[in-house]
Design a protein around this ligand. Structure first.
Ligand SMILES: *Cc1c(COP(=O)(O)O)cnc(C)c1O
Length: 360
């Protein structure tokens, strides 16, 4: 028996065929940057998220960096970020010369909004909420607070494509929403890709300039920008995957239901809360268990792949060192384990994983 954490070579044959057809189409058309695939991809994402416009770009990290740059955030500014997240969230703040202010998380791994509200807001320019594991931060509450103090919200929506709160999609609540279409995300390319939703028209235009050398039309450079364009091939590939997105979400929810059924009532094992709700896209199925490392080793010996998101909190890493303590985020990093959850798993495999967890 071998159950990998995620094996993208398991993409079903019919989908692989659609991808091959799309690749061939683009190859014969001969347009590899910009063009109709990019335009259509942006339109389709905007329609799916019920927003007026969307800008596809090179990857999720660039999306975050660009969001900070077009917001004029730089040296002397502070940006609130959660202590537990993928490195990009804090990395981009440093990259533009600003300082991250780390906020501990709640027990679900999301930025603790009560703690955020206690921060000194004098030099705080923005907050980057992260919808970690695919579950949404309470955006209603965050938006109310940010409005009160005039603080920008830049949503790190890399993990929560498809989640929504009160019918409003993740990534569309803040002033700017940043998306990643990295291959392992729920909507993933066959390479690097990302996207940006800037609510204000003027910011949207600044984003479009920034990803393309400061130009909106060829050879007219209006600002200093960079090259953060998406590949046409990735846009085309993502359009194919988008057609399977909802079906695959249903599969994720179904398999998560089996996990919840089978693993409930085990002493010391905490299951993810509300993960069948719309506010969670089940990007990851994370359990918490005190003997996490032993369980992980046991499962590995049985041929079951798992992952840890994330084994270290950012303020304990060299470039982000910070002496404050972040007890909740730290305890999550020491006890969290991500079990396999993706549309390419079978019910039998999930049941088998549960059996081994129970036997441990
Ligand atoms: C994946 C991810 C990113 C970065 O996206 P890339 O496309 O890999 O650059 C940023 N933040 C979070 C929380 C992520 O999970």
């Amino acid at each position: 028996m071998k159950i990998p954490f995620l094996d993208l070579s398991r993409i079903p044959d019919n989908v692989k065929e659609s991808l091959e057809i799309k690749f061939r189409e683009i190859l014969h058309l001969g347009i590899f940057s910009g063009g109709k695939e990019v335009e259509l991809f942006e339109k389709e994402i905007a329609a799916k998220l019920s927003i007026p416009h969307f800008t596809a770009c090179s990857n999720g990290t660039d999306a975050l960096e660009i969001a900070l740059r077009v917001s004029g955030i730089g040296p002397g500014d502070y940006v609130a970020v959660p202590a537990l997240t993928w490195v990009s969230t804090a990395e981009v703040v440093k990259l533009v010369g600003a300082e991250p202010v780390f906020v501990d998380t709640d027990h679900e791994g999301l930025m603790d909004l009560e703690l955020l509200e206690k921060l000194d807001v004098s030099n705080l320019k923005a907050v980057i909420p992260v919808h970690l594991y695919g579950q949404m931060v309470d955006m209603k509450k965050l938006v109310d607070w940010a409005k009160k103090w005039g603080i920008l919200i830049i949503e790190d929506n890399a993990q929560a494509f498809g989640s929504s709160q009160d019918g409003k999609a993740a990534g569309t609540w803040g002033d700017i929403g940043c998306f990643s279409f990295y291959p392992t995300k729920n909507l993933g390319a066959l390479g690097e890709a990302g996207g940006i939703y800037a609510k204000k028209g003027s910011v949207h235009s600044a984003v479009q300039q920034m990803i393309n050398h400061g130009q909106l039309e060829r050879d007219v450079h209006l600002s200093v920008g960079k090259n953060s364009r998406i590949d046409s091939i990735q846009a085309g590939i993502l359009r194919v995957f988008l057609q399977y997105f909802e079906v695959w979400q249903t599969t994720r929810k179904h398999l998560a239901g089996i996990y919840l059924d089978q693993l409930s009532g085990i002493e010391g094992l905490t299951l993810p809360q509300n993960c069948l709700e719309k506010t969670h896209n089940l990007h990851l199925f994370t359990i918490r268990f005190t003997e996490r490392d032993n369980l992980r080793e046991f499962l590995k010996e049985k041929g079951i792949g798992t992952a840890i998101h994330y084994p270290n909190i950012l303020p304990e890493m060299l470039p982000y060192q910070n002496d404050s303590s972040f007890p909740i985020a730290r305890s999550i990093s020491q006890t969290t384990l991500s079990l396999p959850l993706n549309p390419f798993l079978t019910e039998e495999e999930v049941i088998c994983i549960c059996k081994e967890v129970k036997s441990f």
